[in-house]
Design a protein around this ligand. Structure first.
Ligand code: SAH
Length: 389
């Protein structure tokens, strides 16, 4: 017998759900029920969806329609509460998704000790003092999701780069990571405050259509506000231009990581194609919304890009832009030939930016003991400590 084409409900938007239900000769409200059950109740299988008649569930099965929730294959729990998930899809490929509980860096999901201050800073505006909030650590968790299996960008300090790219994730697989983690953590937006960062494995702007659709589904179906999501790009310049025109768009972060072209080309070979001049032009042309700021990420590599001169060059690059900088001291990993600068060096770099009027924050490393930190996602179980569950 010929294999049925597999259709996952996860990944279908309202229009697609409506036409699916319509082809089965079912009334339109069934589409809403199906969407609700999958995106909000996060059912794992059709049999679980008791709002649908047995007959309809049968028809869906006949058509090869399944929920499409990916499977959590492994969990690694850090001492700091961070959880790294290994999440597997129907074809056996897997990615990593990271859960960072309470007290994370708010909008940028940046895990900085000052992330929360950064968020309030943005709300207050540059010239006002951030107001303290009541109960601000209540349920402010961040999920870091992957957009590709592996990555093609080849940044020299990133473990994911060592994998190369295996394939793009579908919109359903991107959203599916979020649904699987929400279910596992037993939390539900919008009641629970969840931030999302597209900063896991892969380059979201090299899987642009699926990423954009996933962001829309996350807003419209899962109920996560746009302002709670941040996408980070290594600097795919044409897509930065496109992204500015999207109706639904998370906040934008750009991985700068170097202060001049020679250094950036060495660390991030894609700089040969899209150099700093092109990148900065795209960032300056980017249409920011009210109270929106671009975030620049800068990985500090000991003795390579962390000197005071580099900080000064960064202040020149960013002069006059509505932006902030997140500094990340390198998270080490096997096969990565760089060192982590010491705290004083990081603080000195930060001070130069701040003295030039650029808000700069230092990311607190998360989950390093389980290889869950930025740039450490490699979909390997063997390098990790013992699974917790
Ligand atoms: N491809 C996207 C998103 C994934 S990387 C991008 O490049 O932006 C998310 C962030 O982690 C980037 O800012 C990247 O520069 C940073 N990063 C990569 N490797 C790292 C490492 N070993 N230590 C600290 N940060 C790292």
């Amino acid at each position: 017998m010929a294999e049925l084409p597999q259709i996952s409900v996860l990944g279908l938007d309202r229009t697609e759900l409506a036409s699916l239900v319509d082809t089965l000769g079912e009334p339109a409200y069934r589409a809403r029920q199906l969407g609700e059950a999958v995106y909000r109740q996060r059912a794992e299988s059709m049999e679980e969806i008791s709002t649908l008649s047995r007959e309809l569930r049968g028809k869906l099965a006949e058509k090869g329609v399944s929920v499409g929730l990916p499977r959590i294959e492994k969990r690694f729990v850090s001492q700091d509460g961070t959880v790294r998930y290994l999440i597997a899809f129907a074809d056996g490929q897997s990615v990593e998704t990271v859960w960072m509980p309470e007290g994370d860096g708010g909008e940028a999901g940046d895990g900085s000790e000052a992330g929360e201050v950064a968020e309030r800073f943005e709300e207050a505006g540059p010239n006002k003092n951030p107001k303290p909030r009541q109960g601000q650590n209540q349920g402010r968790s961040t999920i870091c999701i992957s957009s590709q299996v592996g990555c093609a960008v080849d940044c020299q300090f990133c473990l994911t780069a060592l994998l190369g790219v295996k394939r793009n994730l579908t919109a359903g697989e991107i959203v599916g990571q979020v649904c699987a983690v929400l279910k596992d953590q037993n939390v539900s937006p919008p009641e629970d405050r969840i931030n999302l960062v597209f900063m896991g494995m892969g380059e979201p702007f090299l899987n642009y259509e699926n990423f954009v659709k996933a962001a829309r589904l996350l807003v419209e179906e899962v109920g996560i506000a746009e302002r709670r999501m941040t996408v980070s790009t290594a600097g795919i310049v044409p897509r930065i231009h496109d992204f500015g025109g999207e109706a639904i768009r998370p906040k934008l972060a750009i991985s700068l990581n170097a202060s001049n072209d020679a250094l950036r080309t060495r660390l991030m070979p894609l700089n040969k194609k899209w150099n700093l001049e092109m990148l900065m032009a795209a960032a300056r042309a980017y249409p920011l919304r009210t109270r929106e700021w671009i975030t620049f990420e800068y990985v500090l590599l000991g003795g390579v890009n962390d000197a005071p001169e580099n900080a000064k060059e960064v202040t020149e690059l960013l002069r006059g832009m509505r932006c902030k900088v997140n500094l990340i001291a390198l998270n080490p990993g096997p096969g990565i030939d760089f060192t982590t600068p010491d705290t004083e060096r990081v603080a000195a770099f930060q001070k130069i930016l701040r003295d030039a009027g650029i808000p700069a924050f230092v990311r607190r490393p998360r989950g390093l003991d389980i290889y869950a930190g930025c740039g450490q996602l490699k979909r390997t179980v063997e390098i990790a400590t013992a699974p917790a569950l």
